[in-house]
Design a protein around this ligand. Structure first.
Ligand code: PLP
Length: 408
């Protein structure tokens, strides 16, 4: 489509750098100075650099929820690598239940390990995207194969931040059914407009669990391919301890994970400028969240929730709003032909809309049906740094939706 002259606005991926976010010069200088040290170019211990793991363990311990040591931390080549491994080392018949809509790296990896459909609990768009705890409880109660619960907090794709009471209840459910918890906290420090995200470490008590963290979003440095797992309460459950060992051993087979970002982490995160930078960046994301809300929440056929964390929003078409005959006018006849060709096969109705939006308005969003959900909708990002472009993009999305829905 780009080759046919369509200018594309990429709303499909959570990469702040791609959306022109300027990484502060002082962070670049820290990284640049590390590249001048010879030791940056060698291997490092399989689980990660000891000083960095000690630094991260101390930060978690400061929260006063759990106590971990450097031994309870293992680095991976991005959380994507960690996610792929964590499900791979669970017995195939055992299941981890995760949220729906789902960040598909988790749901696909979990489904692949079990050779089955993903097992999900509902996040409720009619209740601020909070998890439906009755649904979660019942699905666990009636499925003895469930061994773990996945939480993504703050959430991708909805931008929801789990309230403290919900997290505590999930920990209670895990305790009742002898499950372990996985909490993807890659967005933990990306909250705004008055919200705070509580860490798994704050609420887990003596339940076994894994927190997954990384720097792809918070620095942001997604190209570093650097994330880590923190194991909580290994000493309380022998089976869980064995599982953590299996994950460490999996990393040993690969020798180690990317070293340069591990060297940079303590230097950047302990710099007093980091907190100020993160607060400022979060404030900007929060402002964009409100701008998008002002543009889109007025469309009556949509279920719209304001976001409070991460940098995505999931916008749902009300039931029956989408039809297979709807269209948006596309001026360029070649692009029109392409869209008609792409949409000629049977596909989810939200995916069909996404193709028309791309062809007519040049905005590339992601259909919610691809996030392991029965709902129909789109996921957008809150990353556009240029406010004028942001308003243009979301006005184009709104106009596209209105025209599409009114067309048939
Ligand atoms: C919830 C969540 N977890 C993990 C990742 C992957 O992070 P990484 O770049 O560290 O592989 C993403 C990326 O979008 C994400 O949204």
């Amino acid at each position: 489509m780009a080759a046919l002259g369509q200018e594309i606005r990429w709303e499909n991926i959570g990469d702040p750098i791609q959306k022109n976010h300027p990484l502060p010069a002082w962070i670049k200088e820290i990284i640049a100075s590390l590249t001048l040290q010879n030791e940056s170019y060698g291997y490092c211990p399989s689980k990660g650099i000891l000083d960095t793991r000690e630094f991260l363990a101390a930060r978690t311990n400061e929260r006063k929820g759990v106590t971990i040591s450097a031994e309870d931390i293992c680095f991976f080549n991005g959380l994507g690598d960690a996610i792929a491994k964590v499900y791979q080392y669970i017995t195939p018949t055992s299941r981890v239940i995760g949220p729906s809509p789902a960040y598909s790296t988790h749901s696909s990896a979990e489904a692949a390990h079990a050779s089955h459909e993903p097992l999900t609990y509902k996040l409720d768009p009619e209740n601020k995207w909070y998890p439906d705890l009755d649904d979660l409880y019942n699905k666990i109660k009636y499925n003895p194969n469930v061994v773990g619960i996945l939480i993504i907090n703050p959430d991708n794709p909805t931008g929801m931040v789990y309230p403290l009471e919900h997290l505590k209840r999930i920990v209670d459910i895990a305790k009742e059914f002898n499950l372990f918890l996985i909490c993807d906290e890659i967005y933990l420090n990306i909250t705004y407009n008055g919200a705070t995200a509580y860490a798994l470490a704050d609420v887990i008590g003596d339940v076994p669990g894994i927190a997954m963290k990384g720097i792809s979003k918070e620095l942001p440095w997604p190209g570093a391919r650097c994330g880590w797992m923190e194991y909580y309460n290994r000493d309380k459950d022998k089976e869980f301890d064995r599982f953590c060992h299996a994950l460490d051993n999996a990393k040993m087979i690969e020798v180690c994970s990317t070293k340069l970002p591990q060297l940079a982490i303590p230097k950047i995160l302990s710099d007093p400028r980091f907190k100020i930078y993160r607060e400022e960046t979060n404030r900007k994301i929060g402002k964009r969240s409100k701008i998008i809300a002002d543009i889109l929440r007025t469309v009556p056929q949509l279920t719209f929730n304001e976001t409070y964390g991460a940098f995505y929003n999931t916008i749902i078409f009300r039931e029956g709003a989408l039809k297979a005959t709807q269209k948006i006018k596309i001026q360029n006849s070649e692009i029109k032909n392409l869209v008609e060709q792409w949409t000629a096969v049977e596909m989810p109705l939200d995916k069909r809309f996404v193709y028309y939006l791309l062809g007519a308005k040049g905005v590339c969003v992601v259909p919610i049906s691809s996030f392991c959900s029965d709902l129909q909708g789109i996921r957008v990002t809150l990353l556009e740094e240029d406010e004028k472009k942001l308003v243009e993009t979301f006005t184009a999305v709104r106009d596209g939706i209105i025209e599409y829905l009114a067309s048939a």
